[in-house]
Design a protein around this ligand. Structure first.
Ligand SMILES: [Mg+2]
Length: 251
């Protein structure tokens, strides 16, 4: 069984545990079986619009009891990054939940005298937000931080522009390159791996360009989930391919 090859797993959420608000068949049971075996799990998600507690509530509604420590979201990791770098005050293009998560991590959210401008996903972002971000970067000569680099966010009726697209607009307007926290950059993986005491870890995800490429950069194996892939993009070859989480336990 593939599950026997590793001591811990980093598990992507969208396209692996759920699609939208629907749990993927077999996923909840597979997480439960990992728990029974006392195999550590970290849910590693590029989500930039929700707090970890909101993600925990969503998982709880599906029957998965996850601790805050187990949720390694790009929004939370952005707060850790800002604090590590001494970037104490930031302006945010993103949701109220992203602001709340950053503030919970000890970062001050303001639109004056900032140390950085942070970009997350918010489907109400408008031209005024782009203008504010652009002017703050110009005025204070501060770095631009993108919570992830996702080109699009899948929706039932088709994709909408993701953080990468919005950050690109601000990058062009400011002639700067954003620092990316989420997958496929290794920062998010490093935060997840730092909380695990094992070297034998695999990332389980559905997006080659984010999950498999990121695992490769972080120096761990990648298992690609294919049945409910939210996006199909080109990327490196995974170490194993499964239909869904239940296949971890296939003989
Ligand atoms: Mg995914």
């Amino acid at each position: 069984m593939l599950v026997d090859d590793y001591d811990a797993f980093l598990v992507d959420l969208d396209g692996v545990v759920y699609v939208g608000d629907e749990p993927i068949p077999g996923a909840v049971d597979a997480i439960e079986r990992l728990r029974e075996r006392a195999i550590p799990v970290r849910f590693v998600t590029n989500n930039s619009s929700r707090t970890r507690d909101e993600i925990r509530t969503k998982l709880a509604g599906m029957g998965i009891d996850a601790s805050r420590r187990e949720i390694v979201s790009a929004a939370w990791a952005t707060g850790e990054y800002l604090r590590d770098r001494g970037l104490e005050t930031v302006s945010v293009v993103g949701t109220g939940s992203l602001r709340a998560e950053l503030e919970r991590g000890g970062v001050v959210v303001a639109d004056d005298a900032v140390d950085a401008v942070v970009v997350g996903h918010d489907d109400t972002t408008d031209y005024a937000d782009l203008t504010r971000a652009t002017r703050l970067v110009h005025r204070h000569d501060v770095p631009l931080v993108a919570v992830n680099a996702d080109a699009v966010v899948p929706q039932p009726d088709g994709p909408i522009p993701g953080v990468g697209a919005i950050a690109s607009a601000i990058e062009t307007a400011t002639n700067r390159t954003a620092t990316v926290i989420g997958k496929p950059e290794r920062r998010l993986f490093d935060y997840a791996l730092a909380s695990l005491e094992t070297a034998s870890v695999a990332m389980i995800g559905d997006t080659p360009a984010a999950d498999v490429a990121g695992a490769s950069r972080a120096g761990i194996d990648a298992i690609l989930v294919t049945a409910h892939a939210v996006r199909s993009t080109d990327g490196p070859t995974p170490d194993a391919t499964i239909s869904g989480l239940a296949d971890l336990f296939e003989e």
